[in-house]
Ligand binder design. Sequence first.
Ligand code: C2E
Ligand code: CA
Ligand code: CA
Length: 649
Amino acid sequence: MNNIQSYKNAFLISLIYFIFGVIWIAISDNLVAQIATKADDLTLLQNYKGWFFIVVTTIFLYILTYRFFKSSLLQYSKEIGLKKAHQKEIFKHDSLIRAIVNNSPDSIYAKDIQGRYILFNESSSSIIGMPKEEVIGETDSLIFPDEVASRVKEVDKKILATKLIQTHEEEITTKSGVTKNFLVTKGPLFTEDGEVFGLFGISRDITEQKKHEKFLIDSKKEQYILAHQDRLTKLPNRLHMTEYLDGKFVQKNPFSLILLGLDGFKVINDSYGHKFGDSLIIGAVELLKSVFDKDSFIARIGGDEFAIVLDSDDKEHIEFLMEKLKKNFNIPFVVDETDVYITASLGISICDFSQKSLDELLQEADSAMYNAKKMGKNTYRFYDDTFIQEALIHTQIATNLKKALQNDELELYYQSQNDPINRKVVGVEALLRWKSQEGIISPAVFIPIAEETGLIIEIGNLVLKQGCQAATLWHQKGVLNGKVAINISPKQLSHPTFLQNLDNIIKETKCEPEWIELEVTEGSLMQNPSQAILLLQHIKNRGFSISMDDFGTGYSSLSYIKDLPIDKIKIDQSFIRNIKNDLKNQTIVKSTISLAKGLSVIVLAEGVETEDELEFLKAEKIDFIQGYYYTQPMPLSEMEELLIFNQSS
Ligand code: C2E
Ligand code: CA
Ligand code: CA
């Protein structure tokens, strides 16, 4: 029972006694005086009254003290019971805490205000390498080097000042020289009255976890680099470019995307070897870096393809850079002491956000590059709306070409090949014409589309058939003293059934292979030169002649020309054009003629139009001439007339 309750109870008993006493005195004396008439009676009554008072108050006191003691005793025994239970609880609690503290894998400790240890568990001991007994009562300077001790002290000071619990990571080196990482939680310790009397700390050893994290971060970094970098040039790769452009697209600042393709790189790579190709790529990267400033983003997005992102939409500025690039590409790269000339085709798309997506932007730059390549390479093109028109025409042609095949709209024309000395026709080349409802469409336009769509196989077979029929016809009539040259496109030549088709057509048209010359381009042979040589050998073994068309435009390596089983080299018309005034072309033509002579193959010049061109070629001892100077391509019947006339003249 508490004090206040005791006072209250004592006061209550005294008060009741006092009131009863006062009332008794006041009432009883009066009553006695009224009842007693004699003095003896009065004394007797007074005696009784006295006895009565004592009896009543004694009973009264008995009841009150009995009740009081009973309740106090009850209360007391209750309190004693509680205290015992409480002590039990405290003991249990204590042993619980002790068990946790001493068995915890974490280091648990406490210090007083002066920083002296008042608690130091087993884990703390094993980390520090000192028994608890040595540490209790000592400060951090006993267990840590000075620098660490003062750092820890600063943290402790802060906790005592702010009275807040704090968690942080810490790298700690012990006096024995062990460095470990900890996740540390520290907080103040309060007395019953709320005063800070020290601090507690729990330090979890996270050294392994940290090592693992670092390993993961390092390997993630490595993985990121591997996934985003081109191994050879260390430039960003296609994935990196896409992510970079994604960012640019979000920023909404105008920029330009330039796609660059090295012209004929594959051929160089295949003929000189991959190491040579790699060196050339590195040379090209140096060149790009010298033209575009450091802030430009340059990525290698394919074997021979680069992407450049410029923070500019200024067409004039980009044109200036493109011209500079073109000029630099004119200087040969020196690889393994060999001069290599390589050019680039570039497609530019200026992002003014009319493009709805990144894909659209890439598509634009890609089709601009495709156009630059189509324009004869070594040039650049900006994407513009006319491309859409071109693309539309492209798909229209592709669909109409299928119908043209069924409707017999495709017909072979023939152009003569002549001896420049006596002007005699020595052979004819079959050139395809498409007489569509909209007029005549040039093979230069529809043949590449036929290649892309795969229709070239069907078209190629038709050409072979018509060409062989013509050869059979003219040989049966005895009007042609030479061969019919038929163009074979790269896809057609590499088709697995090519030889079979050829055999079938020869049989079907009753044609002799000796009457036919197949014109192939360098591009047909470059994909897989050794396989191509084998195929050409098969063709030759059957009795066909083979001529190398468009010679000089395909970046072929002279080193394997000698291994090709060819009978004729056709110098491309681009070298013949204006040859009287073009010294470079003169050199190329002269050396091609001497190369052909050296290899004992016939050499023919294509696209001869003028007397000047003819005179130059004649002087250089060209074997044959083909061109408008003698004839334009013409239908079969007209060519037949010409052949008859040719024979009689
Ligand atoms: P090509 O094989 O180099 O054919 C020569 C081209 O030069 C022909 O163009 C011919 O008409 C043209 N030509 C001839 N002499 C002269 C001249 O003096 N001056 C000028 N400016 N041009 C001349 P065509 O007929 O338009 O054919 C273009 C190309 O289309 C051909 O170039 C060939 O690569 C391809 N081609 C044509 N017919 C066929 C074919 O039946 N099959 C395949 N696969 N390709 C064909
Ligand atoms: Ca040709
Ligand atoms: Ca040609």
